[in-house]
Design a protein around this ligand. Sequence first.
Ligand code: UTP
Length: 224
Amino acid sequence: MRIVITIGGSIIISEFSHEMFRAYADILNSLRDEHDLFVVVGGGRPARDYIGVARELGASEARCDDIGIDVTRLNARLLITALGDSAYPGVPENFREALEVATTGRIVVMGGTEPAHSTDAVGAILAETVEADLMINLTSVDGFYDRDPAKYPDARFYPEITASDMLEHLRGSDVRAGTYEFFDHTALHMIRRSGIRTMIVNGNDPENLLRAIDGEIGTTVIPE
Ligand code: UTP
């Protein structure tokens, strides 16, 4: 299968240590003989910290986004470092470049592309570009809840939800630099328009990536 995997910055750089990068690299390397892999890495706390400083300096939202993008690319470079020879050594800056480097047969790792969306949208656009069979979004919760499960213990979990229903739930959520909430709108529009099979799973356990490929866990987003 051709799989696009998005790993939230909140997962991979939460502890600011090498361990999650190593754990994900080992799992990705174990999958690479069987699948074509494209990975998009998020910015996490460091991106928000940089954006916070830029905002205080009076930077526009787009310029804050641009700084966030640089941080996602740094995180991508760390994952490439952990993957070693199995990854293409550069970070594609757009989708055409990603397609080009995919011809090397190596794992393609990228971060953000342009302002006004998060790496969730990068994953969806990449999935459309490379005609992926599956997109897996590794995030810090078990999947989609109707409310933030950290704040509301009675939040309802959805094993399955349509992209349209998710858009409806997320209406009004924040779209400023550093705070594209839960799953960004652009990504959902892309999933709907291209019928991208998508799963949202908890990435705190990297083994969940394997379980997601087997379809065992998380929330499946139905592209309708
Ligand atoms: P993330 O994709 O990590 O955003 O990109 P996020 O959703 O805020 O954070 P996590 O990782 O899921 O917790 C970090 C920031 O970089 C900018 C945005 O400002 C985003 O909030 N960014 C990222 C872009 O502007 N364009 C991109 O393509 C990617």
